[in-house]
Write a protein that binds this ligand. Structure first.
Ligand SMILES: Nc1ncnc2c1ncn2[C@@H]1O[C@H](COP(=O)(O)OP(=O)(O)O)[C@@H](O)[C@H]1O
Ligand SMILES: [Mg+2]
Length: 394
């Protein structure tokens, strides 16, 4: 083994863009798993790769780590292409969901292992390992064996072992998936604290949108091997770029509708069920272009096929019996289910054919209703509604 491999250069802190995926493609056999993906991650960021199971998150992480050579495209770390370099040469440390520690080694030896493998003398390696164990608050367990630790404690040791060799980039693949809920929260806080302290660029894979939203500086939403959106958590929620993001991040009611102009205002016809006035529409460029093209008569009569994404908290519901009957700009639905969820009340209401509409309101805000009640739905006047072009038929 050459000297540089035994003693990899001390990792330089990464500044500027830490990781860049350029036109990354990956196929397993005939199946395309990553499809021409571009993504740039800045130094010191914690980025979550979020998406449903099977969308290609782990594959992307393994490509970055050097564990899986990609079919096409280039990965750069700290501005330098790393294609063809081993994981160690890339300065990348990875923690998996079930990162098996060496069962026959005590905690301290587990953490010191990578340092000794890099050529560090045992005494020095153990001193450094102890420092890392202090960092993850596991120094009191240094002489235990992994089987004498809880899952969360084992995961902290795995983290200490990965961080001990000072990777430039920390990769976490569903690191909390095997932990129960309260432990998961502790670990999430712990990782966030460490990540800030060490200012280490971190990429975390998760299918749990709450975890991504609460931990990450920015979230990359993947769907079927494509990047749907890369943005800060609040931007994803407030300005989803696609119907998929609207539905996957938080809850959204996706309603097929026809966009029309009624008077001076935009409104949406929801099939035969009624109308919604849209005071604050946020239309896709495609929808805006469609609106500009159609003449007034066509807009009124036919409308533009769209998909509305309405958050549960963006609805306003009133009892149909007490609602003034005047305008036909109303959408009437039948309550199916009312669930008290802590401080909020979740109501599911049916329009008949489509999926039930979900709406939430603070509990005790009045207007509580029961299954079978008829209610009138409106969009809250202050709510901005995302309007997407309807997917092409077929
Ligand atoms: N070694 C492999 N050989 C063949 N197919 C694979 C292999 N690894 C993953 N896949 C497939 O690639 C797709 C993406 O997998 P993966 O990146 O593990 O998804 P995720 O981590 O988002 O759940 C899945 O359809 C999976 O079945
Ligand atoms: Mg995975």
């Amino acid at each position: 083994m050459t000297d540089t491999l035994r003693h990899p250069p001390a990792p330089r802190p990464v500044t500027g863009s830490a990781v860049r995926f350029e036109k990354i493609r990956h196929r397993f056999g005939a199946t395309t798993v990553i499809d021409t993906l571009d993504l740039t991650i800045e130094g010191g960021e914690l980025v979550a790769l979020l998406g449903p199971s099977g969308c290609g998150k782990s594959t992307l992480l393994r490509i970055l780590a050097g564990l899986q050579p990609q079919t096409g495209g280039t990965v750069t770390i700290g501005g330098e292409p790393v294609d063809g370099l081993s994981p160690r040469q890339r300065g990348v440390g990875i923690v998996f969901q079930n990162y098996a520690l060496f069962p026959h080694m005590r905690v301290l030896a587990n953490v010191a292992y990578g340092l000794e493998a890099n050529g560090m003398k045992r005494a020095a390696a153990e001193r450094r390992a102890m420092t890392m164990l202090e960092r993850v608050r596991m120094d009191a367990f240094a002489t235990r064996h992994p089987r004498e630790l809880s899952g969360g404690q084992q995961q902290r040791v795995a983290l200490a072992r990965t961080l001990a060799v000072e990777p430039r980039i920390l990769l976490l693949d569903e690191p909390f998936a095997a932990l129960d809920k309260s432990l998961r929260l502790d670990m999430q806080i712990e990782i966030r604290r460490l990540q800030r302290e060490l200012n280490i660029t971190t990429i975390m894979v998760t299918h749990d949108q709450e975890e991504a939203m609460s931990m990450a500086d920015r979230v990359a939403v993947l769907h079927q091997g494509r990047l749907e959106q890369f943005a800060a958590p609040t931007d994803l929620y407030d300005r989803p770029a696609t119907p998929f993001v609207a539905g996957f991040v938080g809850t959204a009611n996706l309603l097929a509708a026809r966009l029309v102009v009624r008077g001076e205002q935009l409104a949406a016809r929801i099939g035969e069920h009624g109308w919604l006035a849209l005071a604050r529409p946020a239309c896709d460029p495609g929808v805006r272009a469609g609106l500009a093209r159609l003449d007034a008569a066509a807009q009124r009569d036919v409308g533009i096929p769209v998909l509305l994404a309405v958050r549960p908290e963006q609805w306003e519901a009133r009892d149909a019996a007490s609602a003034p009957d005047a305008s036909d700009e109303r959408l009437t639905a039948t309550v199916q289910l009312v669930l008290p969820l802590g401080p909020t009340l979740l109501t599911e209401a049916s329009l008949g054919d489509a999926l039930p509409i979900k709406l939430t309101a603070p509990r005790g805000a009045g207007g509580a209703c029961r299954a079978g009640d008829r209610i009138v739905l409106r969009i809250r006047p202050d709510a901005t509604i995302r309007i997407f072009a309807a997917p092409a038929a077929g």
